[in-house]
Design a protein around this ligand. Structure first.
Ligand SMILES: Nc1nc2c(ncn2[C@@H]2O[C@H](COP(=O)(O)OP(=O)(O)OP(=O)(O)O)[C@@H](O)[C@H]2O)c(=O)[nH]1
Ligand SMILES: [Mg+2]
Length: 304
Protein backbone atom coordinates (compact mmCIF):
# COMPACT_ATOMS: atom_id res chain seq x y z
CA UNK A 1 0.00 0.00 0.00
CA UNK A 2 1.32 3.44 -0.82
CA UNK A 3 1.60 6.03 1.90
CA UNK A 4 -1.21 8.60 2.04
CA UNK A 5 -0.38 12.09 0.82
CA UNK A 6 -0.18 14.92 3.31
CA UNK A 7 -0.16 18.68 2.94
CA UNK A 8 -0.31 21.74 5.12
CA UNK A 9 0.63 25.36 5.68
CA UNK A 10 3.51 26.12 7.99
CA UNK A 11 3.91 29.74 9.05
CA UNK A 12 7.38 31.00 9.91
CA UNK A 13 7.16 33.81 12.43
CA UNK A 14 9.61 35.72 14.58
CA UNK A 15 11.32 39.03 15.12
CA UNK A 16 12.70 40.92 12.14
CA UNK A 17 16.02 39.41 11.05
CA UNK A 18 15.40 36.07 12.82
CA UNK A 19 16.13 34.17 9.60
CA UNK A 20 12.61 33.30 8.43
CA UNK A 21 13.24 34.00 4.76
CA UNK A 22 16.58 32.20 4.89
CA UNK A 23 14.81 29.16 6.32
CA UNK A 24 12.04 29.30 3.72
CA UNK A 25 14.58 29.40 0.90
CA UNK A 26 16.51 26.52 2.38
CA UNK A 27 13.36 24.42 2.77
CA UNK A 28 12.31 25.13 -0.80
CA UNK A 29 15.83 24.74 -2.17
CA UNK A 30 15.57 27.95 -4.18
CA UNK A 31 15.58 31.62 -3.45
CA UNK A 32 11.94 32.67 -3.44
CA UNK A 33 12.07 35.21 -0.61
CA UNK A 34 14.59 38.02 -0.35
CA UNK A 35 17.16 38.13 2.46
CA UNK A 36 19.28 40.95 3.81
CA UNK A 37 21.21 41.60 7.00
CA UNK A 38 18.77 44.45 7.74
CA UNK A 39 15.56 44.23 9.76
CA UNK A 40 12.13 44.38 8.12
CA UNK A 41 13.19 43.01 4.78
CA UNK A 42 10.11 40.90 4.09
CA UNK A 43 6.96 42.97 3.69
CA UNK A 44 4.23 40.48 2.83
CA UNK A 45 3.47 36.78 3.07
CA UNK A 46 5.35 34.65 0.60
CA UNK A 47 4.62 30.99 0.10
CA UNK A 48 7.27 28.47 -0.80
CA UNK A 49 6.56 24.81 -1.49
CA UNK A 50 8.75 21.91 -0.35
CA UNK A 51 8.23 18.17 -0.82
CA UNK A 52 9.28 15.65 1.81
CA UNK A 53 8.33 12.10 0.87
CA UNK A 54 4.58 12.07 0.35
CA UNK A 55 4.11 15.32 2.24
CA UNK A 56 3.83 18.74 0.68
CA UNK A 57 4.94 21.48 3.03
CA UNK A 58 3.76 24.95 2.13
CA UNK A 59 5.95 27.35 4.07
CA UNK A 60 4.57 30.83 4.64
CA UNK A 61 7.27 33.44 5.14
CA UNK A 62 5.97 36.43 7.06
CA UNK A 63 7.21 39.94 7.87
CA UNK A 64 8.97 40.18 11.21
CA UNK A 65 6.90 40.95 14.28
CA UNK A 66 7.80 44.18 16.03
CA UNK A 67 6.09 47.17 17.60
CA UNK A 68 4.74 49.01 14.57
CA UNK A 69 4.81 52.78 14.17
CA UNK A 70 3.86 53.60 10.62
CA UNK A 71 0.98 52.43 8.45
CA UNK A 72 3.31 50.15 6.51
CA UNK A 73 4.62 48.61 9.74
CA UNK A 74 1.12 47.95 11.01
CA UNK A 75 0.06 46.34 7.73
CA UNK A 76 3.18 44.14 7.80
CA UNK A 77 2.64 42.99 11.37
CA UNK A 78 -1.04 42.28 10.65
CA UNK A 79 -0.01 40.18 7.64
CA UNK A 80 2.41 38.22 9.80
CA UNK A 81 -0.13 37.41 12.50
CA UNK A 82 -2.75 36.49 9.95
CA UNK A 83 -0.24 34.11 8.37
CA UNK A 84 0.14 32.49 11.76
CA UNK A 85 -3.59 32.21 12.38
CA UNK A 86 -4.23 30.54 9.00
CA UNK A 87 -1.51 27.92 9.38
CA UNK A 88 -1.67 24.25 10.31
CA UNK A 89 1.61 24.57 12.17
CA UNK A 90 3.47 27.65 13.37
CA UNK A 91 7.26 27.77 13.66
CA UNK A 92 8.61 30.49 15.93
CA UNK A 93 12.20 31.43 15.13
CA UNK A 94 14.32 32.80 17.94
CA UNK A 95 17.92 33.90 17.44
CA UNK A 96 20.27 31.83 19.59
CA UNK A 97 22.74 34.62 20.27
CA UNK A 98 20.07 37.16 21.19
CA UNK A 99 17.89 34.92 23.33
CA UNK A 100 14.68 36.15 24.91
CA UNK A 101 14.63 39.77 23.86
CA UNK A 102 11.78 42.15 24.62
CA UNK A 103 10.51 41.47 21.13
CA UNK A 104 10.53 37.69 21.58
CA UNK A 105 8.77 38.13 24.88
CA UNK A 106 6.03 40.23 23.27
CA UNK A 107 5.54 37.65 20.52
CA UNK A 108 5.20 34.84 23.06
CA UNK A 109 2.56 36.85 24.91
CA UNK A 110 0.44 36.93 21.76
CA UNK A 111 1.09 33.38 20.59
CA UNK A 112 -1.64 31.36 22.27
CA UNK A 113 -4.37 33.79 21.34
CA UNK A 114 -3.25 34.44 17.78
CA UNK A 115 -2.33 31.00 16.52
CA UNK A 116 -5.88 29.66 16.76
CA UNK A 117 -4.88 26.44 18.47
CA UNK A 118 -2.37 25.31 15.84
CA UNK A 119 0.69 23.57 17.25
CA UNK A 120 3.64 25.92 17.74
CA UNK A 121 7.16 24.66 17.27
CA UNK A 122 10.24 26.46 18.51
CA UNK A 123 13.22 26.78 16.17
CA UNK A 124 16.27 28.28 17.81
CA UNK A 125 18.13 29.64 14.78
CA UNK A 126 21.70 30.80 14.13
CA UNK A 127 23.15 28.11 16.41
CA UNK A 128 26.39 28.57 14.47
CA UNK A 129 26.79 31.83 16.38
CA UNK A 130 26.80 30.40 19.92
CA UNK A 131 28.49 27.75 22.02
CA UNK A 132 26.27 24.72 22.55
CA UNK A 133 25.98 25.15 26.33
CA UNK A 134 23.97 28.34 25.79
CA UNK A 135 21.31 26.38 23.93
CA UNK A 136 20.18 24.15 26.75
CA UNK A 137 19.46 27.07 29.06
CA UNK A 138 17.67 28.98 26.34
CA UNK A 139 15.57 25.95 25.38
CA UNK A 140 14.49 25.49 28.96
CA UNK A 141 13.69 29.14 29.53
CA UNK A 142 11.58 29.35 26.38
CA UNK A 143 9.75 26.09 27.09
CA UNK A 144 9.00 27.23 30.63
CA UNK A 145 7.21 30.21 29.15
CA UNK A 146 5.25 28.51 26.40
CA UNK A 147 4.09 24.96 25.72
CA UNK A 148 5.97 24.40 22.47
CA UNK A 149 5.12 21.17 20.72
CA UNK A 150 8.79 20.53 20.00
CA UNK A 151 12.12 22.39 19.99
CA UNK A 152 14.62 22.34 17.13
CA UNK A 153 18.06 23.86 17.03
CA UNK A 154 18.95 24.98 13.58
CA UNK A 155 21.14 27.09 11.41
CA UNK A 156 18.99 28.14 8.49
CA UNK A 157 22.06 29.55 6.79
CA UNK A 158 24.38 26.59 7.23
CA UNK A 159 21.63 23.98 7.07
CA UNK A 160 22.19 22.37 10.47
CA UNK A 161 19.09 20.73 11.92
CA UNK A 162 16.93 21.73 9.00
CA UNK A 163 16.35 18.18 7.74
CA UNK A 164 15.13 17.07 11.16
CA UNK A 165 12.68 19.96 11.26
CA UNK A 166 11.44 19.24 7.74
CA UNK A 167 10.93 15.55 8.51
CA UNK A 168 9.09 16.29 11.70
CA UNK A 169 6.79 18.74 9.91
CA UNK A 170 6.13 16.18 7.16
CA UNK A 171 4.80 13.74 9.74
CA UNK A 172 2.69 16.41 11.36
CA UNK A 173 0.78 18.09 8.51
CA UNK A 174 -2.70 16.65 7.95
CA UNK A 175 -3.43 13.85 5.52
CA UNK A 176 -4.90 15.18 2.31
CA UNK A 177 -4.22 15.99 -1.30
CA UNK A 178 -1.34 18.25 -2.29
CA UNK A 179 -2.20 21.92 -2.58
CA UNK A 180 0.17 22.79 -5.43
CA UNK A 181 1.63 20.98 -8.43
CA UNK A 182 4.60 18.94 -7.27
CA UNK A 183 7.14 21.04 -9.17
CA UNK A 184 5.87 24.46 -8.09
CA UNK A 185 8.30 26.32 -5.83
CA UNK A 186 6.56 29.55 -4.98
CA UNK A 187 3.14 31.06 -4.87
CA UNK A 188 3.59 34.69 -5.73
CA UNK A 189 3.12 36.48 -9.04
CA UNK A 190 6.37 36.61 -11.04
CA UNK A 191 6.10 40.39 -11.34
CA UNK A 192 6.12 40.60 -7.55
CA UNK A 193 9.10 38.28 -7.16
CA UNK A 194 10.93 40.33 -9.78
CA UNK A 195 10.21 43.55 -7.87
CA UNK A 196 11.41 41.94 -4.65
CA UNK A 197 14.71 40.97 -6.23
CA UNK A 198 15.35 44.60 -7.18
CA UNK A 199 14.30 45.76 -3.72
CA UNK A 200 16.79 43.36 -2.17
CA UNK A 201 19.65 44.70 -4.28
CA UNK A 202 18.65 48.27 -3.43
CA UNK A 203 18.32 47.53 0.28
CA UNK A 204 21.82 46.04 0.30
CA UNK A 205 23.25 49.25 -1.16
CA UNK A 206 21.24 51.92 0.62
CA UNK A 207 21.72 53.07 4.17
CA UNK A 208 19.77 54.17 7.20
CA UNK A 209 16.09 54.82 6.64
CA UNK A 210 16.07 54.80 2.86
CA UNK A 211 15.25 51.09 2.39
CA UNK A 212 12.14 51.61 4.52
CA UNK A 213 11.04 54.58 2.47
CA UNK A 214 11.16 53.05 -0.95
CA UNK A 215 9.23 50.41 -2.78
CA UNK A 216 9.63 48.69 -6.13
CA UNK A 217 6.89 47.76 -8.57
CA UNK A 218 6.98 45.89 -11.85
CA UNK A 219 5.23 48.21 -14.28
CA UNK A 220 5.46 46.21 -17.43
CA UNK A 221 6.47 42.71 -18.46
CA UNK A 222 6.73 41.75 -22.09
CA UNK A 223 7.65 38.43 -23.55
CA UNK A 224 9.91 38.98 -26.55
CA UNK A 225 9.93 36.92 -29.72
CA UNK A 226 13.46 35.70 -28.99
CA UNK A 227 12.29 34.15 -25.69
CA UNK A 228 13.65 36.91 -23.48
CA UNK A 229 11.64 38.98 -21.01
CA UNK A 230 11.53 42.77 -21.10
CA UNK A 231 10.80 44.01 -17.58
CA UNK A 232 10.19 47.62 -16.57
CA UNK A 233 10.19 48.55 -12.91
CA UNK A 234 9.52 51.70 -10.94
CA UNK A 235 11.32 52.58 -7.74
CA UNK A 236 9.24 54.89 -5.57
CA UNK A 237 11.04 57.18 -3.12
CA UNK A 238 9.64 59.99 -0.99
CA UNK A 239 12.18 62.78 -1.62
CA UNK A 240 14.25 64.31 -4.40
CA UNK A 241 17.36 63.69 -2.30
CA UNK A 242 16.53 60.01 -2.14
CA UNK A 243 16.26 59.86 -5.87
CA UNK A 244 19.76 61.23 -6.13
CA UNK A 245 21.06 58.61 -3.71
CA UNK A 246 19.35 55.76 -5.55
CA UNK A 247 20.78 56.97 -8.85
CA UNK A 248 24.24 57.58 -7.38
CA UNK A 249 27.01 59.65 -8.91
CA UNK A 250 26.77 59.38 -12.69
CA UNK A 251 24.00 56.83 -12.17
CA UNK A 252 26.39 54.21 -10.92
CA UNK A 253 24.28 53.01 -7.98
CA UNK A 254 21.22 52.25 -10.04
CA UNK A 255 23.40 50.73 -12.70
CA UNK A 256 24.95 48.31 -10.20
CA UNK A 257 21.53 47.51 -8.72
CA UNK A 258 20.10 46.85 -12.16
CA UNK A 259 22.98 44.57 -13.06
CA UNK A 260 22.73 42.53 -9.85
CA UNK A 261 18.94 42.25 -10.12
CA UNK A 262 19.08 41.29 -13.78
CA UNK A 263 21.61 38.54 -13.10
CA UNK A 264 19.41 37.05 -10.41
CA UNK A 265 16.33 37.27 -12.63
CA UNK A 266 18.16 35.45 -15.40
CA UNK A 267 19.01 32.68 -12.96
CA UNK A 268 15.45 32.53 -11.63
CA UNK A 269 13.75 32.53 -15.02
CA UNK A 270 16.41 30.60 -16.87
CA UNK A 271 16.37 32.94 -19.84
CA UNK A 272 17.52 36.32 -21.04
CA UNK A 273 16.16 39.41 -19.29
CA UNK A 274 16.17 43.08 -20.20
CA UNK A 275 15.57 45.11 -17.06
CA UNK A 276 14.73 48.81 -17.04
CA UNK A 277 14.65 50.73 -13.77
CA UNK A 278 13.19 54.17 -13.26
CA UNK A 279 13.11 56.20 -10.04
CA UNK A 280 10.02 58.21 -9.19
CA UNK A 281 9.66 60.71 -6.36
CA UNK A 282 6.30 60.19 -4.74
CA UNK A 283 6.17 61.82 -1.29
CA UNK A 284 2.91 60.14 -0.31
CA UNK A 285 3.43 56.54 -1.48
CA UNK A 286 3.38 55.20 2.07
CA UNK A 287 -0.24 56.37 2.33
CA UNK A 288 -1.47 55.03 -1.03
CA UNK A 289 -3.58 51.91 -1.01
CA UNK A 290 -2.46 50.85 -4.49
CA UNK A 291 1.15 50.60 -3.29
CA UNK A 292 0.00 48.19 -0.58
CA UNK A 293 -1.92 45.93 -2.92
CA UNK A 294 1.11 45.80 -5.20
CA UNK A 295 3.15 44.61 -2.22
CA UNK A 296 0.53 42.01 -1.32
CA UNK A 297 -0.58 43.88 1.80
CA UNK A 298 -3.96 45.13 2.97
CA UNK A 299 -4.00 48.93 3.22
CA UNK A 300 -6.76 48.89 5.84
CA UNK A 301 -4.65 46.68 8.09
CA UNK A 302 -2.45 49.72 8.49
CA UNK A 303 -5.25 51.80 10.06
CA UNK A 304 -4.53 52.90 13.60
N1 LIG B 1 24.90 33.23 11.29
C1 LIG B 1 23.70 32.99 10.80
N2 LIG B 1 23.04 33.96 10.13
C2 LIG B 1 21.82 33.68 9.66
C3 LIG B 1 21.19 32.41 9.84
N3 LIG B 1 19.97 32.46 9.28
C4 LIG B 1 19.84 33.69 8.76
N4 LIG B 1 20.95 34.43 8.96
C5 LIG B 1 21.21 35.83 8.55
O1 LIG B 1 20.32 36.68 9.23
C6 LIG B 1 19.98 37.82 8.43
C7 LIG B 1 18.47 37.95 8.31
O2 LIG B 1 17.96 36.85 7.58
P1 LIG B 1 16.51 36.89 6.94
O3 LIG B 1 16.22 35.52 6.44
O4 LIG B 1 16.38 38.03 5.97
O5 LIG B 1 15.64 37.20 8.22
P2 LIG B 1 14.04 37.44 8.31
O6 LIG B 1 13.60 36.82 9.58
O7 LIG B 1 13.39 36.97 7.08
O8 LIG B 1 13.99 39.02 8.44
P3 LIG B 1 12.74 40.03 8.09
O9 LIG B 1 12.27 39.71 6.72
O10 LIG B 1 13.36 41.37 8.19
O11 LIG B 1 11.70 39.80 9.14
C8 LIG B 1 20.67 37.57 7.08
O12 LIG B 1 21.86 38.31 7.07
C9 LIG B 1 20.92 36.08 7.07
O13 LIG B 1 22.02 35.72 6.28
C10 LIG B 1 21.93 31.41 10.55
O14 LIG B 1 21.49 30.29 10.73
N5 LIG B 1 23.16 31.76 11.00
MG1 LIG C 1 12.28 37.96 5.72
Amino acid sequence: MTEATRAGFIALIGEPNAGKSTLLNRMVGAKVSIVTHKVQTTRARIRGVAMEGQAQLVFVDTPGLFRPRRRLDRAMVAAAWSGASDADIVVLLVEAHRGITEGVSAIMDGLAERTAGAPVVLAINKIDRVKSDVLLGLTKELNDRFAFEETFMISAEKGHGVDALRQWLAGKVPEGPWLYPEDQLADAPMRQIAAEITREKLTLRLHQELPYQMTVETENWEEQKDGSARIEQLIYVIRDGHKGIVLGAKGETIKAVGKAAREELVEFLGRKVHLFLQVKVRPGWLEESERYSEMGLDFKDGNE
